[in-house]
Structure formats: C-alpha cells, structure tokens
Design a protein around this ligand. Structure first.
Ligand code: PRP
Length: 179
C-alpha cells in the first residue's frame, strides 16, 4: 500500500520491469565485449536496493562492492562538495567496473566518482543510473545505462530518502520538502 501522503511516480511493477530490461541490456553488452567478470560498485547509501535487484538479474559473473560518498549537507540543500566516506575493498586496476547509482541530480557525485576511479586504471568503467533529473544537471556526466528520466521533484523510496525516511518503500514517490 502506498504511503498516503506520497504521490507515486514509479510503481513497484514499473521499476521491476525496467530493472529487468537494464539487466538484459547490460549482460548482452558485456558479453558482446568479451567481458566475463563485472565488478559492480554500488554508491551508498541510495543505490543499495537498485544494486541488489540489478545484480541478481545479470546473467554473467559479477562481484559486488560499495563506495560511499556524501554530497548533501542536509536533507534539501546541496553543499556542492563531494566527500569520499568509504572506499572500495579491492584495487580496481584491470577490473571491469560498473558504477551503480540511484540518481544523478546535479551530476557532481558521479563526475567526482568517475574521475577518482578512472585514475585507478580499471579495464573499463561504465555507469548505470536508475534516475536522472535533466533540469537539475550542472555537471554533464557519463550515463551508460539509464532507468528513467524524471522531473525536478524530490523523490523517495527504492533506496532514496528524505531526512533518512522512506528509503525502503518498494516504489518511488514524491515528497514536498519543507523549505
Ligand atoms: C544522493 C544520491 C547520489 C547523489 C546525487 O546521495 O544517492 O549519490 O545524491 O546528487 P548529485 O548528482 O547532485 O551529486 P546523498 O548524498 O543524498 O547520500 P545517500 O545516497 O546516502 O542518501
């Protein structure tokens, strides 16, 4: 049952179908490139549910690791600065790294991540992003696989939060932030 005060933007079923499509596309592309071991790198905390679902639907060998970055000082404002809070556990040199992100908003987080990870000389570096808000983009960044383009609204659920609430909703809804 949807939480009453939230408008449903993307239903559980819509997300499930799109994640399945992405998994087919990603599996196909890596196989076509001769890659047989993908190093999936989830960006905490928002991507944990997307990563869990996507990783289980891929049809090629994969490993899972996490990195944590922080870009927002509080719930509804952007500091502009990105901080590395938790690093990966293994060297990335020679690995086929697939960054899994829940959302690209300003683009600063993914841009920062691509720069620091490229310097570690992975064999390849791609990105899979569930949600993209083009109206908010400040730093153009590379998205290889995209789930949905969405309007400039504060979205929650399926990993995304508002003041640490709503993360575990099975669908993506819209909240009205207190400004
Ligand atoms: C959110 C989201 C992305 C980032 C996108 O993370 O998960 O990582 O912001 O914003 P940007 O494109 O403007 O950089 P947040 O810092 O809120 O942390 P969280 O994932 O732990 O909620």
């Amino acid at each position: 049952m949807p939480t009453p005060e939230l408008e449903v933007l993307l239903s559980e079923e819509t997300i499930r179908e799109r994640v399945a499509e992405l998994a087919i596309q990603i599996s196909h592309d890596y196989k076509a490139e001769g890659v047989d071991d993908v190093y999936m790198l989830g960006v905490l905390r928002g991507a944990f549910i997307f990563l869990a679902d996507l990783s289980r639907r891929l049809t090629l060998p994969r490993r899972v690791d996490f990195i944590a970055l922080s870009s927002y000082e509080d719930a509804s404002t952007t500091s502009g600065a990105v901080r590395l809070v938790l690093d990966v556990r293994a060297p990335l040199r020679g690995k086929h790294v697939l960054i899994v992100e829940d959302i690209v908003d300003s683009g600063k987080t993914l841009d920062y991540l691509l720069k620091i990870l490229a310097a570690r000389e992975p064999a390849s570096l791609k990105t899979c992003v569930l949600l993209h808000k083009p109206e908010r983009l400040e730093v153009p960044t590379r998205i290889d696989y995209l789930g949905f383009t969405i309007p400039d609204k504060w979205v929650v659920g399926y990993g995304l939060d508002y003041t640490d609430r709503y993360r575990t909703l099975p669908y993506i809804g819209v909240v009205q932030p207190e400004r």
